[in-house]
Design a binder for this molecule. Structure first.
Ligand code: NAD
Length: 271
């Protein structure tokens, strides 16, 4: 039996990258999936490719009125909401901006938090209400980052916003449990997943190969992760297999967070 049969799911930032892979995995497992994004054409194209189980909507996660309108539509057309994936996120580095703690501009700091943190806050707020209105059972999955667990000197706003997402996920989990709702909330912490977010930093040809190796040099598994690998974790959290998981955080980072960069090297292997 498909793992998400009879579930209605909404995914933000789903026109491409990790969100698109999650949408594809959820459709494969039987869910009705709302593909939402700022990029309306991209959401529409993906929904058409995924077939009749998918619907598309434009949703800018920073705008409370848009959350209310889209979720009202979900409840009206599909009768409920059981899964919400707060995936939309930006690094803030897209235009080559400097984001270290000494030079980051306040406006840019706020812009990153508006998408990454306000967007998750609004999603949880209105997602809880929609799930409560449709039976009080559901799974909220917040896409944080490994950057939410360690400091990132060149991406201060991104790291701060993702750390806040980690903590807010635990608050939401406890709140829902306190309310007697069967709404779980967990965070996923990916590290170095090859998506369009990385493309501006990679270049082409030999330079691209060199950059791919350089960006993953500290990753124990020595490669980028794939969006489908993150989707597999989201699928587990969305399904009833994870019924006893709430307030937890799952790392998917090729082992990056398992240790520190400063460590003694292992000696030669015994033959
Ligand atoms: P991506 O840039 O490929 O896709 C992000 C999507 O979010 C885009 O389609 C974009 O249009 C959409 N978006 C941006 N702002 C939005 C807004 N205000 N409202 C709605 N949609 C908006 O990025 P990705 O790599 O797929 O990242 C997805 C999530 O995973 C993000 O939260 C990101 O921070 C997180 N993440 C990614 C990595 C990685 O290495 N790729 C690592 C850790 C965490």
């Amino acid at each position: 039996m498909a793992r998400l049969n009879d579930k209605v799911a909404l995914i933000t930032g789903a026109a491409r990258g990790i969100g698109a892979a999650i949408a594809e995995a959820f459709v494969r497992e039987g869910a009705r999936v709302w593909v939402t994004d700022l990029d309306a054409a991209g959401s529409q194209a993906l929904a058409e490719r995924l077939g009749p189980q998918a619907r598309a909507a434009r949703l800018d996660v920073r705008e409370e009125a848009q959350w209310q309108a889209v979720l009202a539509d979900v409840l009206a057309r599909d009768g409920g909401l059981q899964v919400l994936v707060n995936n939309a996120g930006i690094s803030g580095l897209e235009g080559g901006a400097v984001h270290n703690p000494e030079q980051a501009e306040l406006l840019e700091w706020r812009a990153v938090h508006a998408t990454n943190l306000d967007g998750v806050f609004l999603g949880c707020k209105h997602g809880i209400r929609a799930m409560r209105a449709s039976g009080g059972v559901g799974s909220i999955i917040n896409i944080s980052s490994r950057s939410g667990l360690v400091g990132i000197p060149a991406a201060a706003a991104y790291a701060s916003s993702k750390a806040a997402v980690r903590n807010h996920s635990k608050t939401v989990a406890l709140y829902c449990a306190e309310q007697g709702l069967k709404i779980r909330c967990n965070s996923i912490h990916p590290g170095a997943i090859l998506t369009p977010m990385w493309e501006p930093m990679l270049g082409e040809g030999a330079q691209r190969e060199a950059n791919l190796a350089a960006f993953t040099a500290d990753t124990p598994l020595r490669r980028f992760g794939r969006p489908e690998e993150v989707a597999a974790v989201a699928l587990m959290l969305a399904s009833d297999e994870a019924a006893y998981m709430t307030g937890s955080e799952l790392h998917i980072d090729g082992g990056l967070l398992a240790g520190t960069a400063v460590r003694p090297q292992s000696g030669p292997q015994e033959k």
